[in-house]
Unconditional design. Structure first.
Ligand SMILES: [Zn+2]
Lengths: 91, 1001
């Protein structure tokens, strides 16, 4: 059970959050111009990394804000959290 | 009570307060402080159960949570009885009733024991293999396997006990109250750290508490006396909370731990009453100190499972702590020094010690010399090759070990005994460490897995960290604690410690016998009854991974998770497969460390507190009218309102007819309502719905369909433009929360530039829906000054109004196809408005209807219910709702997916109507649809999604999804049922009023 540092509220129990999958997948601005394969790349393909991954989280039972997290999926270590629109604090 | 088994000079057991209890129906006596196991042993009862597979007699083997055999059923009340409890952990109380498990009909005469004679026929994975024999055979086995498998009885009535959950936050959590745990807790608390010390026993001190041996002294006192003084000093520490009878169940990431505190299990029946039985602590600790100690290993040799064969350290605890002699003539079998402590304790308490059988060649440690000085006979370099005695051990057979330890040689010596102590060395309790994600390392010298790497702020100290000698335990623990807490506690630096040190180590995982292996029964997992032979068989059959061998042989899969068996299983696998143990890895220990009751897990979240129940403002009215309720998500919705013993079908038929003939009233308060404001709202709606929203005028309503990005229908509902930049969106009852969070997601992450604000107002408004040809007349009575003419107030429009001076919003929208209105008003007024409408409608026979009638009425009109007629695989095109997809809009959520190669396939399942050949025949929802009847196998073309008997059309109607259904209109299909085949025709989805005349009736 993680202890997550919501960028708006501070440290809260994991049970207040929902996970939203891989971060920084931008919705194409002009979907109609994409081929089936390109659209499928956006729609279905996720990296599912074992190791440090950038992912989306929502403080669903708190401030309801979405934010991003740098988490190592191999040991669940959360290296950083950052707001939507910000650059990941580590590479 | 057999007086001669209880010694009297004992400080831990209160021998003045006698306690009566029942075991297997027989009344027995023990003392306050006893466990059920110690009291049984004091009564000379060893046989407490039958083994799982062979139903061999089994006795108490340990004194703590690792006990594999003494698994008993406690209590005989149908609501309170509890199976699978360990007799070694049950504190004795007046009135305790317990019985053996896994024996039928009784522990002394057991039908299943016949398995023992057939055991060559019950190899590893016997149960799995029976599944593969001819199916008919299984029916024969099943009865006997189920009946004789045992595993206790579940309670048949709800648990009357009270359970509780609480949170606990601390700087330091110390798990285990032995020597090292106590030093850690004291150091932390003295340094102003908020500290919690938990221990699963009723008293702190661990095994050192009763150590009175010249070979283990601290500052010239017995180690036990020194420790007692340390424990006394804990009371003065303000920052320290001590919780006894509290066992740590689970250790999760981020130092989140679950501990179960037993509050009343040790109390007598009338003291337990009305008190909380167990409390589950949800602990978040900044730092965790694991000081859980070590478990003694058994030895694996032929017939090592007879009652009376007990772990050596447990025998020591029974005599030194409980004052109970496990036998009168005891032999000891060991590969290490610790059995000598037991031998000396027994000897000092007047028990005849036959001999110590030690597999080592010879050793000269302090403790061994002490034993020799007391005249205790030692068989060096020897092994027990067999034991005798059916319900209790009566003799052992001893032989010399060959030089390489793989065989026994020479003459066999028989030794009479009534108890055999066994010690195979020690296994650090690393369970919690591994549960927390810690990685282990292997120490070859004494074959132990030790804590290695962890990502959490934790340490393991004492014997769970591989320190087995008293001086090392103290010195290493002190250093580790100081470093871990970044403090400098000097309390323990200048101690004068005497500690016997083990000099020689030797280990043989599977001890040789004079008989061939196949003719012996060397048990590994006592609870699941698997032997070393089973593990070897699994390896011969090609299993290589420890996880596979474990599952195939079920070794380590019982309720004790193989606490005693895992190391030997690994050792034997490594030896047989010729690999190093360290490379083999170990199996995963999963929480809980010891089984938790369901009561502790659910705590107070039972009955009405199991989940939130949401009730509409008009709920009481529905109850008064004897409505039946349906659960829709967390909501209680009126389902139908039976009158005069009507059944559901009769009520729904009456309600449906009344709604179309005159007037119906529905509580629609549960529909999700999202208040949307902001200057970009119309653009936002354009992006989230499939249809166009830019031209929606103020005061108008529009139906919208929402897709997922994959093009599949997600939710639907009507959105009303209340003013320039103010909209009210409705969603399905079940979809409300998900829609809001999905919209928030897009707003916050994809389109942060949009000026749009979302607020859930579902609970803020009650919604009264009136429908039917007389709805206009009724509303005009309720709100006389509202112009209800079609010109002023047409279908799909909205008006602000006042009812008794209270503001409300009236929408003219319809989910039934009838002329209808929805009044939205602050929840607190909703019930009175509902009653007002009902009273106004009385002259028109206004009929309250529930969700079932609502579903029927909309099905007559072919309106979908998202989630019933759709299942996440239906596009709007599949639903024949092409009209709602805007051709002009550049983009909306899911648009691009509507022309992926898969979504433009013509043979997708599509929504159609179905009419049965016999109009009285009602299809079953979920029934499959086929095109032919005389072919097997036959392709399933689709299934029925909604089906009703329509009283307004006087025939059965259904909606269905059928492959390529749009093109099959007019075609005959079949719905095969268990006892008949129903002929149906594919039709349009709209059954009633195709021209929508009724909307303006
Ligand atoms: Zn927050």
């Amino acid at each position: 059970m993680f202890l997550i540092n919501c960028p708006y509220c501070g440290e809260r129990d994991q049970s207040e959050f929902t996970a939203g999958g891989e971060a920084h997948i931008v919705r194409p601005k002009q979907p109609t111009e994409l081929s089936d394969d390109q659209w499928a790349e956006f729609l279905f393909m996720r990296k599912n990394i074992k190791g440090v991954q950038l992912e989306r989280w929502n403080h669903a039972h708190g401030c309801r804000k979405w934010f991003n997290m740098v988490r190592d999926t191999s040991n669940d270590k959360i290296h950083a959290v950052y707001k939507m629109g910000e650059k990941p604090p580590i590479k | 009570m057999s007086k001669n088994l209880r010694i009297t000079n004992n400080k831990f057991i209160d021998q003045t307060s006698r306690i009566s209890f029942k075991f297997d129906g027989k009344t027995l006596y023990g003392f306050k402080g006893d466990t059920l196991a110690s009291a049984l042993l004091a009564n000379n009862i060893h046989l407490v159960g039958r083994s799982f597979k062979y139903h061999r007699p089994r006795g108490i083997m340990a004194c703590g949570s690792e006990e594999p055999n003494a698994i008993v059923q406690v209590g005989n009340d149908a609501s309170m009885t509890e199976p699978n409890t360990r007799a070694t952990e049950i504190e004795l109380y007046e009135g305790l009733e317990a019985s053996s498990q896994n024996c039928w009909p009784s522990v002394n005469f057991d039908i299943g024991a016949i398995n023992n004679f057939f055991s060559p026929l019950i190899p590893a994975a016997f149960y799995y293999k029976t599944f593969m024999w001819p199916a008919n055979f299984w029916k024969l086995y099943e009865y006997f396997i189920r009946k004789s498998a045992g595993l206790g009885k579940s309670p048949t009535e709800p648990d009357k006990d009270i359970y509780d959950h609480r949170y606990l936050h601390c700087d330091v959590l110390v798990v285990g109250g032995g020597v090292s745990g106590i030093m850690a807790a004291k150091t932390a608390a003295k340094n102003k750290l908020n500290t919690v010390l938990i221990d699963d026993k009723n008293i702190l001190g661990g095994t050192t508490l009763f150590q009175k041996n010249e070979c283990f002294k601290i500052n010239n006192s017995y180690s036990s006396d020194w420790l007692k003084k340390e424990i006394e000093t804990l009371n003065s520490l303000k920052n320290l909370t001590i919780k006894t009878r509290t066992s740590l169940a689970a250790y999760h990431s981020y130092n989140y731990l679950l501990a179960r505190e037993n509050l009343t299990d040790h109390l007598c029946l009338n003291e337990k009453k009305d008190k909380i039985r167990q409390r589950l602590w949800k602990i978040r600790a900044k730092k965790v100190v694991i000081a859980t100690g070590a478990m003694e290993r058994p030895l694996i040799f032929n017939n090592n499972d007879r009652p009376g064969i007990i772990l050596s350290s447990s025998i020591k605890k029974y005599i030194d702590y409980y004052g109970v002699k496990c036998g009168q003539k005891v032999s000891l079998f060991t590969n290490n020094d610790s059995a000598y402590e037991t031998a000396i304790s027994l000897n000092n308490n007047g028990v005849i010690v036959n001999s110590v059988i030690d597999i080592r060649d010879k050793t000269n440690s302090l403790i061994v010399k002490q034993a020799e000085k007391l005249g205790i006979k030692i068989h060096w370099k020897s092994s027990v090759v067999n034991t005798n005695g059916y319900k209790k051990i009566n003799s052992i057979e001893i032989m010399k070990l060959s030089d390489n330890g793989t065989a026994v040689v020479g003459k066999k010596i028989k030794e009479e005994c009534d108890c055999l102590a066994i010690s195979g060395g020690w296994t650090p309790r690393v369970h919690l460490f591994t549960q927390s994600g810690g990685k282990l390392k292997f120490r070859n010298e004494d074959n132990v897995f030790l804590p290695d790497k962890t990502d959490l702020d934790q340490i393991s100290i004492g014997s769970c960290n591989g320190d087995f000698e008293l001086d090392e335990v103290i010195e290493n623990s002190v250093n580790l604690i100081n470093k871990f807490l970044k403090v400098n506690n000097n309390d323990y630096v200048n101690l004068e410690i005497i500690s016997s040190k083990e000099i020689d180590k030797k280990n043989i995982w599977l001890l040789p016998s004079d008989k061939p292996l196949g003719k012996t029964k060397p048990f590994l997992d006592f609870q699941n009854d698997s032997t070393a032979n089973d593990v070897k068989l699994a390896l011969r059959e090609g299993f290589k991974s420890i996880e596979h061998v474990k599952r195939y042989t079920t070794t380590g899969m019982a309720t004790d998770q193989g606490k005693l068996s895992n190391m030997h299983a690994l050792g034997i696998i490594a030896e047989t497969a010729g690999v190093k143990m360290g490379e083999l890895g170990t199996t995963t220990f999963r929480p809980p460390y010891t089984p938790l009751t369901f009561g502790a897990i659910v705590g107070r979240n039972i009955g009405e507190f199991f989940d939130i129940t949401r009730r509409t403002p008009m709920h009481d009215w529905h109850v008064e009218k004897k409505a039946e309720f349906e659960n829709v998500g967390q909501w209680k919705r009126a389902w139908y309102y039976p009158i005069n013993n009507e059944n559901m079908n009769e009520a729904v038929q009456r309600e449906s007819k009344a709604a179309r003939d005159s007037a119906g009233i529905l509580d629609a308060s549960t529909l999700g309502k999202i208040d949307i404001q902001g200057s970009d709202t119309s653009e936002f709606l354009n992006r989230v719905y499939t249809n166009a929203w830019s031209k929606l005028e103020i005061g108008k309503c529009r139906y919208g369909l929402m897709l997922n990005e994959d093009g599949m229908v997600y939710d639907d509902g009507v959105t009303t433009r209340l003013s320039e930049n103010h909209y009210l969106m409705t969603t399905t009852t079940g979809g409300a929360a998900n829609v809001l969070s999905k919209l928030e997601d897009y707003l916050q992450t994809e389109w942060p530039e949009l000026d749009v604000y979302l607020t859930s107002v579902t609970d803020h408004y009650g919604t009264v829906s009136i429908c039917g040809p007389n709805s206009k007349k009724i509303l005009s009575k309720v709100i006389p000054d509202l112009d209800l003419s079609d010109k002023e107030f047409p279908h799909m429009s909205f008006k602000n109004a006042l009812i008794d001076n209270i503001k409300c919003r009236v929408m003219r929208i319809s989910f039934t196809g009838e002329h209808s209105y929805e009044i939205n008003i602050q929840s607190s007024y909703a019930k009175s408005v509902w009653e007002k409408c009902f009273d106004a409608g009385k002259e028109f026979n206004i009929t309250p209807y529930g969700t079932e009638t609502m579903h029927l009425l909309r099905a007559e009109k072919g309106f979908i219910i998202a989630g019933q007629d759709t299942d996440g695989t239906m596009t709007p095109v599949d639903l024949q709702m092409d009209w709602i997809i805007s051709k002009k809009k550049y983009d909306f959520i899911g648009k691009r997916s509507l022309y992926r190669s898969d979504t433009i396939r013509e043979d997708r399942k599509q929504l159609v109507g179905l009419l049965t050949e016999d109009p009285k025949e009602i299809l079953e929802e979920g029934a499959q649809i086929v095109a032919e009847t005389n072919k097997q196998p036959i392709e399933m073309l689709g299934h029925v999604t909604s089906s009703y008997f329509s009283p307004n059309l006087n025939k059965s109607i259904a909606l269905a999804v059928v492959k390529n259904g749009k093109k099959l209109k007019g075609q005959k299909m079949f719905v095969p049922m268990k006892d008949k085949t129903i002929s149906v025709t594919i039709t349009d989805t709209v059954f009633l009023d195709k021209e929508n005349k009724r909307l303006n009736a």
